[in-house]
Write a protein of this length. Structure first.
Length: 320
């Protein structure tokens, strides 16, 4: 029996995905990406950089910031469809242009800390939005000079560019998972029990060691004083291996993009990560290290009191 394979013609949706996948692989703009990325990372933003990433919010702030320009420009387009509302539409165009600056800055600092494939898509996303800003700036200038028809035309062209930029932004966020919490799955995968990860002797003091619990990589570190910490190993920013990072001052720094997490509880001390790392409680049983994912319901015993460092089984227990 022979099998015949028929090659289907790609659907329109598949053509779009094919174009986007080709964009991810396109290397021609890489030199420009390198220069622009270094320039953004060199901006003297200080602690404000973490604020622009959205560490205070718990997720990237850029999607929040873009709501104002998109909303005002869309509203302006609606008013442009009605006679005699050009003045109000012009006001909305101006508000959108003013709001575009912080949206661009937050997007730029996030973009500079992405994977190469994401940066390639992000560059075109930025160019589309830059074209939109240019169109709307021209639209506003035309309106101020009384050229209402031209102002409306440039406004609609700008809205088209915004739509293209939004589509690329959606590809970045949902298909390429830029800005997503890459450690979110841990709480859904790791079983609610203690897991043995190795003998104490297998964890040299001060050196991060990678172990696997329920198919989830875990960083385990034993301090010189005997305290043991355990965190999910994949960085919440872009899944970088924390076990290959640098340990200092009670924290571990991701080797990929420099996010810093506190070993004691996984708190993200410094960005670009906006979400903390899942942390594990630890204990030593018969000379072996055991870890248990620290969830909200793990933090108290059955009577509602905080767990002690020594459990009812008499084993030493550490707060990871």
């Amino acid at each position: 029996m022979s099998a015949t394979f028929h090659r289907r013609r790609p659907s329109r949706r598949n053509r779009m995905l094919t174009l986007l996948d080709a964009l991810e692989r396109q290397t021609r703009a890489d030199p420009l990406i390198d220069v622009a990325g270094r320039a953004v990372r060199a901006l003297p933003l200080g602690r404000g950089r973490d604020g622009l990433h959205g560490r205070w919010l718990g997720h990237p702030v850029h999607p929040v910031m873009v709501q104002v320009p998109i909303g005002t420009w869309l509203s302006a387009a609606v008013l442009d469809l009605r006679p005699g509302r050009s003045r109000e539409a012009g006001l909305l165009v101006g508000v959108g242009l003013a709001a575009a600056a912080p949206a661009v800055l937050t997007g730029a600092v996030d973009w500079a800390e992405l994977h190469r494939q994401q940066m390639r898509v992000g560059l075109v996303h930025a160019l589309a939005n830059a074209a939109a800003v240019g169109m709307y700036a021209t639209s506003l200038a035309c309106r101020v000079r009384g050229r209402t028809t031209a102002g409306r035309l440039y406004g609609f062209l700008g809205l088209t560019a915004v739509g293209i930029g939004g589509m690329l932004g959606g590809h970045l966020a949902y298909r390429q998972a830029s800005g997503a919490n890459h450690a979110e799955e841990v709480a859904h995968v790791v079983r609610d029990t203690w897991h043995r990860v190795g003998a104490v002797a297998e964890f040299p003091a001060g050196e991060p060691v990678r172990r696997v619990v329920d198919d989830v990589p875990v960083l385990v570190l034993r301090e010189s004083g005997g305290m043991i910490h355990a965190l999910a190993d994949r960085c919440s920013h872009l899944a970088g291996p924390l076990s290959e990072g640098t340990v200092a001052d009670g924290c571990v720094q991701c080797p990929w993009h420099g996010s810093v997490f506190r070993l004691s509880d996984g708190w993200n001390v410094r960005g670009p990560a906006t979400a903390p790392q899942p942390a594990f409680d630890t204990r030593i049983v018969d000379g072996h290290v055991e870890v248990r994912l620290r969830r909200a319901h793990h933090r108290r015993d059955g009577d509602g009191t905080p767990p002690s460092l020594t459990g009812t089984d008499g084993h030493r227990r550490h707060r990871g």
